[in-house]
Design a protein around this ligand. Structure first.
Ligand code: PAF
Length: 204
């Protein structure tokens, strides 16, 4: 498994796979991998010859009062899990690599981002769309795998790919849940015992 931090090196690694006739499946993540992510990776493996995983906590999709600084991180475990799952390439860029500071372009998907999570987190989906579009340029995979847990995100990315003619098939994967029904999420680690017991009511 190659662990890469540089954009050109990553492009080369993906190109090598594709030039040798292998299809590439991409699983974009922000790290702190759990069973939900691993199921995306397993689906990607089943549907592609090689799997690329990105690990990048995308600052663009966090609002000023959100949990960017506290976002859970477990790079060592994440890499070990990727290795076990047979991932070929991990792209784990620094913030400076992804956003060198001179960019003036952002992607805004209208209408679909106005309600639900988008209504409460202004700019969140611009950050997601811009970050994911950049990942799609760096890793022009055949398919990219997203969880249905973040359903609005899935719909926004599908629309962006259609509108911008990005030749990557978006594959939706079912939500993976804890035994009591709570959807797995890296942010579940933030829940107090009381919040954890309330959160399960969502699935009920
Ligand atoms: O769902 C996530 O983890 C993120 O929103 C994504 C798709 C990796 C973009 O940063």
């Amino acid at each position: 498994m190659k662990v890469l931090h540089d954009i050109d090196e990553t492009r080369r690694a993906i190109r090598d796979q594709q030039q040798s006739g292998r299809t590439v499946g991409l699983v974009p993540t922000m790290g702190a991998l759990h069973e939900g992510h691993l199921s995306l990776i397993r689906t990607a493996r089943a549907q592609s010859d090689a799997v690329a995983v990105t690990i990048f906590v995308n600052p663009l999709q966090f609002g000023p009062n959100e949990d960017l600084a506290a976002y859970p991180e477990s790079m060592e475990d994440d890499l070990a899990n990727c290795e076990v799952e047979g991932v070929s390439v991990v792209f784990a860029p620094s913030e400076k690599t992804m956003y060198p500071g001179d960019a003036v372009t952002k992607i805004h998907v209208r209408r679909l981002t106005e309600g639900l999570c988008g209504g409460r987190r202004p700019g969140h989906f611009d950050g997601v769309a811009t970050g994911v579009a950049k990942l799609f340029q760096i890793i022009p995979a055949d398919k990219a795998f997203f969880g249905e847990k973040d359903y609005q995100q899935l719909v926004v990315i599908r629309q962006m790919v259609q509108d911008l003619n990005i030749p990557i098939e978006i594959v939706a994967c079912p939500t993976v849940r804890e035994p009591d029904g709570l959807a797995m999420s890296s942010r579940n680690a933030f829940l107090s015992p009381h919040e954890r017991s309330q959160a399960v009511l969502l699935s009920k």
